[in-house]
Design a protein around this ligand. Structure first.
Ligand code: FAD
Length: 466
């Protein structure tokens, strides 16, 4: 897209000088996300109302400049990065929880509210908002809806899309739509809510979000099981669910992870073990002890060499200590990592981890696997030094082979992080040419000038719009 300089005066007229950044050192701070991709925008704005968002988008269409919505910038795939300049629109001024309706178990929020703060606010009403991305202390609800974020609790509670009842959104041409309902049922027209959830900022900018809530669980119990053999751990995952026990969290750490965490914490983790499972159940207090006992027995039957149940909050914290230390511990191996969040049917976890071990050998790389075994979402971390060109090349080849393996196993390239820029070359591998074409047509119909978050998801076909 050819662009003239951005109409800064008109932009300031809409949002005010105090909500507009143009100095290079300020722009620099809004040119990246957690993917480490970087590209400075031409201007950053902080709109304070749906009208301002709509006015800015209409201006962008008239003057043909791209707009990149942004929450906290914690995305892992470059979805919020302003590729080739343009306007970054930060939604964090829209940060009010507008309503918590206990009777109908829903809340209406603006998009800039921090997820963890929202959870705490509804908890004060005895209500629970389950989606729990590890970034919840700093990411925003708007970013969560755009990326359909999920976390460890997805195994029992699902992901963000399962809680979005409706949206107010500014479409790429500047019109404002409200989608969905405040009711548990509603089947009127196309499901635009579902279309917008997970659209990675390419189809609309959310200005209000209606979220379904559930009753807060009365309690939680935690146990850790150590497995000499990886297949035993995987068998346990399926066996627990077959018994109709659905844990709220079912996390796995492979042997490479156990070793690196032990080296970091020195807490006596069993480095000979091929896997550790960390399992939590939540719900009615009177059922929890029975459930956790049954799960402990299943672990033993499937070959666990050690099962530890936490009886106090301090013991629970100790069991979580190793899992929480994974990310900082990884820094000991290499300065960088490629973190893929591939997901397979849970019965294919052993096949996936074995294939990853073979990739590590084939490409002479350290690959560490951990994550959400309950829903087959295995975080695969290829450790590398990005300044080492040969290692970077080998890592990229390993990622391609990983993606092919995951698709062969009936899985998906991303369970949580999305496509953004980093995975866009691989989108067609999963959805096929026809699926890609259908998605592209939706994008082109809603955003004929490719104003909203261009260069994401559809990068291989970007020339189409230029
Ligand atoms: C340490 C760490 C741990 C993480 N753990 C998890 C995890 O467990 N699970 C998980 O799913 N993700 C995780 N993430 C990734 C990230 O936190 C999520 O993708 C999160 O949803 C992004 O929210 P954000 O507010 O930072 O959005 P941003 O990164 O700012 O933006 C993400 C996308 O949302 C769009 N967007 C933002 N606001 C709006 C809006 N109001 N309307 C329309 N589009 C909008 C942007 O254009 C962009 O495409 C993690 C990231 C980090 C750094």
């Amino acid at each position: 897209m050819h662009r003239d300089p951005l109409p800064i005066h008109e932009i300031i007229r809409i949002v005010g000088k105090e909500n507009t950044l143009t100095a290079p050192e300020e722009l620099y701070c809004y040119g990246y996300d957690a993917s480490k991709l970087r590209s400075s925008p031409d201007v950053v704005v902080f709109p304070g109302s749906v009208n301002e968002v709509a006015e800015l988008i209409k201006l962008a269409n008239r003057r043909r400049f791209p707009v990149f919505p942004r929450g906290a910038g914690s995305g892992m795939v470059g979805a919020a990065v302003p590729w080739n300049g343009g306007m970054v629109m930060v939604l964090t001024r829209l940060n009010r929880i507008l309503e918590i309706d206990s009777d109908n178990m829903l809340a209406v929020s603006e998009p800039g509210v921090i997820t963890g703060e929202f959870q705490q606010a509804v908890l004060r009403h005895g209500l629970f908002y389950p989606p729990d991305p590890a970034s919840l202390q700093f990411c925003t609800l708007g970013g969560n809806v755009a990326m359909c974020a999920g976390g460890p609790r997805a195994v029992k509670y699902g992901v963000t899309r399962d809680y979005v009842l409706g949206l107010e959104a500014v479409l790429p041409t500047g019109s404002v739509v409200t989608t969905g309902t405040r009711t548990m049922k509603g089947v009127v027209g196309y499901d635009l809510t579902r279309l917008l959830v997970g659209s990675e900022g390419t189809l609309g900018i959310f200005t209000k979000i209606i979220l379904r809530l559930v009753p807060a669980p009365e309690g939680v119990r935690t146990l850790m099981a150590v497995f000499p053999n990886l297949d035993g751990a995987a068998k346990t995952v399926s066996a627990i669910i077959k018994q109709r026990l659905v844990p709220s969290t079912l996390e796995i750490m492979d042997q490479a992870t156990i070793k690196v965490v032990e080296n970091y914490l020195q807490i006596g983790l069993p480095t000979q073990a091929e896997a550790i499972l960390l399992i939590e159940v939540d719900g009615r207090a009177c059922l929890l002890d029975g459930d956790v006992k049954k799960i402990g027995e299943i672990c033993g039957q499937c070959g666990a060499s050690q099962v530890e149940i936490a009886h106090t909050e301090a013991e629970r914290e100790r069991l979580w200590q190793a899992r929480r230390a994974v990310s900082p511990a990884l820094g000991q191996i290499k300065p960088g990592k490629i973190n893929e969040d591939v997901t397979v049917p849970r019965t294919e976890i052993p096949a996936l981890i074995r294939a990853i071990q073979q990739l590590a050998e084939k490409y002479d790389l350290t690959i560490v696997c951990f994550g959400h075994a309950g829903d087959g979402n295995i975080h695969t971390n290829i450790m590398l030094d990005r300044n080492n060109e040969d290692e970077l090349k080998r890592s990229e080849l390993a990622v391609e082979e990983l993606f092919r393996t995951v698709l062969d196993l009936g899985g998906t390239l991303s369970g949580e992080h999305g496509i953004g820029i980093t995975k866009s070359p691989f989108l067609q591998w999963e959805i096929g040419a026809e699926g890609f074409d259908a998605m592209w047509r939706i994008k082109a119909a809603l955003d004929p000038l490719n104003i909203l978050n261009p260069g994401k998801m559809f990068v291989p076909n970007r020339a189409f719009f230029n």
